[in-house]
Design a protein. Structure first.
Length: 117
């Protein structure tokens, strides 16, 4: 079992920045692919960014490319999402996930990000 705890959400004005963190339990964190999803009210959950186990490969949704950066620190069992140039449409609950394999995915409890115009 993997436990994920997100932090760093909050209220920010449009154009501002936030950094989300996701701390993971487990001895084999460094072998997991990790990522972030988000879900806005009335919308389906969507993938925002993902990173492979070593941090050498990243993938972003088109809507956040050039503004968000995903990274990880395997020594701290933590994955980050740096969010810059935030827009009101980025408002959502952001969820961290850990993928020990293609068939298994663990989720965090989510952290609220609200961007005011």
């Amino acid at each position: 079992q993997v436990q994920l705890v997100e932090s760093g959400g909050g209220l920010v004005q449009a154009g501002g920045s936030l950094r989300l963190s996701c701390a993971a339990s487990g001895r084999t964190f460094s072998s997991y692919a990790m990522g972030w999803f988000r879900q806005a009210p009335g919308k389906e959950r969507e993938s925002v960014a993902a990173i492979n186990w070593g941090g050498s490969r990243t993938v972003y949704a088109d809507s956040v490319k050039g503004r968000f950066t995903i990274s990880r620190d395997n020594a701290k069992n933590t994955v980050y999402l740096q969010m810059d140039s935030l827009k009101p449409e980025d408002t959502a609950v952001y969820y961290c996930h850990a993928d020990p394999s293609l068939a298994v995915r663990y989720w965090g409890q989510g952290t609220q990000v609200t961007v005011s115009s």
